[in-house]
Design a protein around this ligand. Structure first.
Ligand SMILES: *[C@@H]1O[C@H](CO)[C@@H](O)[C@H](O)[C@H]1NC(C)=O
Ligand SMILES: *[C@@H]1O[C@H](CO)[C@@H](O)[C@H](O)[C@H]1NC(C)=O
Ligand SMILES: *[C@@H]1O[C@H](CO)[C@@H](O)[C@H](O)[C@H]1NC(C)=O
Ligand SMILES: *[C@@H]1O[C@H](CO)[C@@H](O)[C@H](O)[C@H]1NC(C)=O
Ligand SMILES: *[C@@H]1O[C@H](CO)[C@@H](O)[C@H](O)[C@H]1NC(C)=O
Ligand SMILES: *[C@@H]1O[C@H](CO)[C@@H](O)[C@H](O)[C@H]1NC(C)=O
Length: 465
């Protein structure tokens, strides 16, 4: 299976083209500085020390208002890993990702910079940062326990996605894999691993499975071999995109969007607002064309159809400054559309699916693996209740506009209502809030994972009795 890399410079992440230029500038500066004068070096060190980009220790702090009582029948223990596996990585945030300066994105426990124009619970959250938010949420979760004896789930807070993306250009596989290999050795030597051979252990990553599934025979730009290591196969792994065929122990979790409310009243107000939006466009597409690549012909066809329809609004992401890098503009387009086209690009899934549903826009899928085979913990088992599927891959002549116009108004209303009801489940609640009053991504994940783990362990219990 050919590897798929999600290239963040092609999706509508935030202003990365500018950042890439800045990074190059910095590299150039570094050379000049080091080669020419030591006085420049002093200046550089001064900058480094006082640069706002450096992550202060405050990223380590998580608020601890007294957690509300755990109302579920599971508990989760967080491994106190050596900090090289998580917090230390954040210190080098400029080099965490070969495309983007991650420093603004790792602030606020991974929520990123505030977006006050949208309200106090909005942030410019990076699409591949879920592992940070996940960690912060579990730190503050009412079902967290410090007593490993009693715990039913064991969370291994490795920032493996951030680490992987910092090593994409590393040609030496031994070096590229080193930290992941050390982590696996460390974890499987632990006392608590042995109790159930790691079956009650899990990790959560903000990148796709393809980034961790290199098999040694196949040359590969980027990926490490973490998920192919045999101890890891005993664990559960949560990812924003699972491998549809080989990911037997992988579970899809939603990409983080921009809304991270602390209270259920904020959530309900947003849901109400989305129910009453005036949706003037039949459909819309936000994203970048992918010309020149064979696997993206469907995307090109979809874009062409959108451009040719007066009922379709397109927000194209090119290189350089574009409205499509602004979360406010993106959400605005989706708020005013009935249907949002979610055509696959570099990989099957898109953050845009969750942005559009947050805006009450019904997603239109062109592959079973963009959502249906990915997010089974979060989405209804009947896809027709909340989405539209168009098989453009097998039937090139389907007209998207005609298909969408065929759907009766009452069915559109019904689908939209379901989409809006689902919003809390794929929202990452603000990690500092313990009593937000709805079940968010992390609540749903832990509950589903717990049921799964207890079903895995049940036969063993029977054997013992
Ligand atoms: C959460 O609380 C901590 C500790 O009070 C604070 O440092 C941090 O900025 C807060 N995080 C956010 C995202 O508001
Ligand atoms: C890769 O790195 C390892 C460890 O640093 C080293 O032992 C090995 O010789 C390197 N391999 C190649 C092909 O350079
Ligand atoms: C993984 O589970 C199998 C049992 O299915 C066990 O034999 C094996 O030792 C476990 N691996 C590790 C590293 O614990
Ligand atoms: C909902 O709409 C009202 C009225 O337009 C506005 O004042 C409020 O800020 C909106 N709430 C949210 C959460 O967007
Ligand atoms: C997608 O899934 C549906 C339902 O399982 C199936 O009928 C259809 O053939 C699948 N499409 C593709 C392209 O695999
Ligand atoms: C929690 O309850 C569910 C049923 O509601 C059950 O399937 C599961 O096994 C229980 N989990 C644990 C850890 O006891």
């Amino acid at each position: 299976m050919k590897s798929i890399r999600k290239e963040e410079d092609e999706e509508y992440t935030l202003g990365k083209k500018l950042v890439v230029t800045t990074l190059k500038d910095i590299q150039l500066h570094l050379k000049v500085i080091i080669l020419i004068t030591t006085s420049f070096m002093v200046w550089f060190l001064f900058l480094l020390v006082f640069s706002p980009k450096r992550v202060s220790n405050s990223t380590r702090l998580f608020l601890s208002t007294p957690p509300i009582e755990c109302k579920d029948n599971f508990s989760v223990y967080i491994y106190n890993l050596p900090s090289k596996y998580n917090f230390d990585l954040l210190r080098d945030c400029t080099s965490l990702n070969i495309y983007t300066d991650m420093c603004p994105h790792v602030t606020n426990n991974g929520l990123g910079s505030p977006l006050p124009q949208m309200g106090s619970s909005w942030f410019t959250t990076h699409q591949l940062i879920a592992e940070l938010i996940f960690h912060a949420r579990i730190q503050n979760h009412p079902c967290r326990t410090n007593d490993a004896h009693k715990s039913t789930l064991f969370y291994v807070p490795f920032y493996g996605g951030l680490h992987a993306s910092s090593k994409f250009r590393e040609l030496n596989y031994t070096t590229r894999d080193a930290l992941a290999v050390q982590l696996v050795e460390y974890i499987h030597k632990q006392k608590w691993w042995k109790r159930n051979s790691g079956r009650d252990h899990f990790m959560a990553f903000g990148r796709t499975a393809w980034d961790f599934m290199r098999s040694d025979e196949v040359p590969d730009f980027g990926a490490n071999k973490l998920l192919n290591m045999s101890p890891v196969k005993n664990m559960s792994v949560l990812l924003v995109e699972r491998h549809p065929w080989e990911g037997h122990n992988q579970y899809g979790i939603p990409y983080p969007s921009y809304f991270h409310p602390s209270t259920s009243s904020e959530m309900v107000e947003w849901q109400n607002n989305m129910s009453y939006m005036d949706r003037i466009h039949l459909f819309s597409f936000v994203g970048a064309p992918r010309t020149g690549k064979k696997k993206v012909v469907t995307r090109d066809r979809v874009i062409k159809q959108c451009e040719e329809s007066s009922n379709c609004l397109i927000l194209k992401c090119g290189h350089g400054p574009s409205k499509c890098h602004n979360p406010i503009e993106v959400v605005k387009v989706m708020m005013r559309s009935n249907f949002c086209l979610q055509v696959l690009g570099d990989s099957y899934t898109r953050r845009s699916t969750f942005d559009s549903m947050l805006a009450g826009c019904i997603p239109v899928f062109f592959s079973n693996h963009t959502a249906y085979s990915q997010y089974q913990w979060f989405l209804p088992s009947d896809p027709t209740t909340y989405s539209v599927y168009i098989d453009l891959e097998r039937n090139h002549n389907i007209k998207i506009e005609e298909e969408l116009l065929k759907i009766p108004m009452d069915e559109v209303e019904r689908k939209r209502r379901t989409v809006i009801e689902l919003i809390p489940m794929f929202t990452y609640a603000h990690p500092n809030s313990t009593s937000y009053g709805f079940k968010d991504v992390v609540d749903v994940s832990l509950k589903s994972l717990s049921n799964h783990v207890s079903s895995l362990l049940r036969p063993t219990l029977l054997d013992l009795s």
